[in-house]
Every structure is written in structure tokens, then in C-alpha cells.
Design a protein around this ligand. Sequence first.
Ligand code: GUN
Ligand code: FE
Length: 468
Amino acid sequence: LFTVYYGAVINPESLTTFKALPRCLFLVNGDGYIDWIVDDVESSDLQNVLASKGLIDIDVYVLKNGEFVMPGFVDTHTHAPQVPNIGSGQQYELLDWLENVTFPMESKFSDAEFARKTYPSVVQRFINAGTTTCCYYATIHLEATKILADVVKHQGQRAFVGKCNMNRNSPDNYRESSEEESIAATKELIAYIQSIDSDLVHPILTPRFAISCTSPLLSSLGDMLKSDPNLAIQTHISENQNEVKLTLELFSESTTYAGVYDDHGLLTERMILAHAVHLGESELQLIAVRKAGISHCPTSNFNLRSGMAKVGEMLDRGIKVGLGTDVSGGYSPSILTAVQHTSICSKMVANHSMHQSSSSNGTFANKQLPMTTLLYLATMGGAEVCNLSHKIGNLQPGKSFDALIVSVRHDAGNPAVWGFEDDFEHVPTKEELEGFLERFLFCGDDRNISKVFVQGRLVGGKSFVKGA
Ligand code: GUN
Ligand code: FE
């Protein structure tokens, strides 16, 4: 079975361009892939165009005025077991926050029953926020992490699921007892995720951060990466100044934080590095050469007082960048909040650099990021960081239909359309549609996300009823 959609489409294209198409016609096939797209079809011409595709007398899903389709969001960094902690411990910086708030909550997932009760609503929360692909950290617990993978598969999200590797510098009740135990459990998780036979769920190596891992553990993970060319890896880097200092004390043979990961064979194009707030020049160069990706997590970076990442500079260097919610360092599971804080962060970096007379010769460095770039980072940028751009990120024939139906109508409860929404004949102009997008990105929320599709399957959104 296939579905034909007709209406407004927002389609990102590059860091500096996107398409706002007020009357687009496209077909999603029974396997959840986009078959074809026609950019501009007048309603009087609809039947003719369908007939030219061999489609006669078929139902078309017609979007209302104030609704549009756009690619789903990619959250390149978040912590599923920290969702129950959202909004607590807001007074701490990173290392104290981990000790006092985060590790105590994560340790509860030693109880598989707790995981079974908690993870379904966690995953649905991310889906309903419009996240169609999510990079999850679980905990150190194999059983609970398998449960998270099961839940993600069952609820139909596209995801990377990783069991944290942590064999030092955390409490006794929340630490793996040896490198061997950590590696064995990691291998078992990978085998398990491969055995549940899902095209959507991928395993990912997850050394929490250098501080949590001994050098032999990092080396063993490097060996695993080398022996499996499809395996992805995620970690934290250079988030907080005390963290950077402690990392360099623990790894005195390495000259920089990025160097620690590189010296253990972890810094490759399959690496997702979260935060990257305090990186130096040589580290940025190394990351660009290794083609690793960066997950920009501004909500968390503001909230834990970590600092402001220089995203524009990374983009000018050609480094892949996506957005991350980093729950619960970040207090919002929505990439929309990350978009808003990415904008504010870029504005404050620009403001600060003006007072410092820093260079703004590049396209993005030390400038505020325009809406087009924000849209790109939330979708295609995330897809690149996950090495999934051949599959997702925007709407193109051959790509998966991972998409949102967004409503900025009055009946959504958080409108951007005033006065003319019941006029079904009204087709928004390109400018009106761009205005809808801006309002959605800067003040939209779950109320505006009516439907969430992954691989063509309806998996969430405001109008989604479980089991229906
Ligand atoms: N560094 C190591 N672990 C964490 C975590 O859970 N959250 C954040 N924000 N940083 C980390
Ligand atoms: Fe994090």
C-alpha cells in the first residue's frame, strides 16, 4: 500500500538553502520510501499529474492550510535513563551534577523491571517531540539496554542504542568491575541488537567519556571499531573546563582531549562527539581530518554552565555538525528547544566576538546562524553526523519517509496562522510558508507536531493514538 500526499512541504537542501514548496505532490510507497516528488502542482492539475503516474481514482492525503510536511528531527545525543531527572539538580556544573544527580538515577536501571516500566514513555516522549532518529546512551546495564533497544524497535523509531562503558571514576554501585566485563557486555549487546533484526535500530559503542574509562578499555573499543567497519561510536568531549583538566591529568601521554580518543583509535568518521565547547585549534584540525561529527548541545551547555560551542567555526572548517538535546543536562527532549538555543548561542558568540574584534571572515564563524542553517543542523546535519545521509535528512526520491506533519493552525493550540485558516482554497505563498517554518522553529512545540512518521509508518505525534 502507498500514500499520496498533496500540500506544503519544507525541504532542507544545504547549509544555506532550503525549499518552501506550497503545493507539492509526492508518493510514499509501501516500504516507507519516497517514490517521487513533483514540486509545484496546481489543484486543478492534480488528477492529470496522477494519471501521468498511472494513478487513477486514488485517495490523496490533502494537507490543510497551515499544515506542512518536513523531514523529522535527528537528535544526535541524548540519555534515555536521564529523562526521569529532567529539571532536577539545576544548580550544578557537570562533574558535581554527574555525582549527585545523574549516577544515582542511572544506577536504578540495574533493575530490569524499572527499565521496562520507564523506557516506553521515554521513547514515546522523544518521538512525539518530532525526533525520528535518536542517538541514545543507556546505562552500564546490559539487560536494561537490551530493553531500550526492544522498546525503540517496538515503537518504530530509528535509533542508535549504546550501553555505557564505565570502569572507573564513578560510585561502586555504578561502575563496571573490569575492562573484560565491559567489553563482553558490549559485544553481547551488539549481537543482541543485530539479532532483533531491525533496519531501524543500530548498536553504537558508548565509552561515556575518557574520565570513565581506563586506557586499556578505550584501546579494546578501538580494536572493535577496526574489526567492524559498520560500527558507530559516541562519547562526550571538552564540555566543561574541570572535565578537560581532569582528562588531561588521567591521560598524561596524550597532549589534548581529542588526542586521547585519537591515540586509542576512536576518532574516525563514525565518531559522534558531544559538546566540543572548549576545543583548541589543533583539536578542531584533527577532528576535521578524521571526519568525526559533532553533536551541538546548547540547552545543556547553557544549563550546566559549560559554555558556548563555536558552531560557525566548525562549519567553516567543514566539520559535520548535528544537534543534541543531551537530556537531562538539557532540560528539554525537543530538538526545537535545541534549535532555539543554537540560535541564541550563535548570537551570543557573535556578540562576544564583536567586542573581542575576532575574525568573521568565514561564512558562519562569529555570525548568528540563519534559519536555513538551523533547519539544516536539525535534520540533514544530524543525518551526516550519524552517517545516514543516504537514507534520511530531507525528502528525496529513494530516501526513507522519516517526516513530520506540522500544524501551525489555530486548532493546534499554538498557532501562527491568523484569520484565514478555514479558507481551504487558500494556498500559502512561499513567503507565508517560510514564515510558518520560522514560527514553528522558534516557538513551536509538541502541540504543533500532529503526526510523526518513520520509514513511512505513523509512530507518534499529537494525533497519534497508540494501538489504533
Ligand atoms: N559527560 C559524561 N557523562 C555525561 C552526561 O551524562 N551528560 C553530560 N552532559 N555530560 C556527560
Ligand atoms: Fe550527554
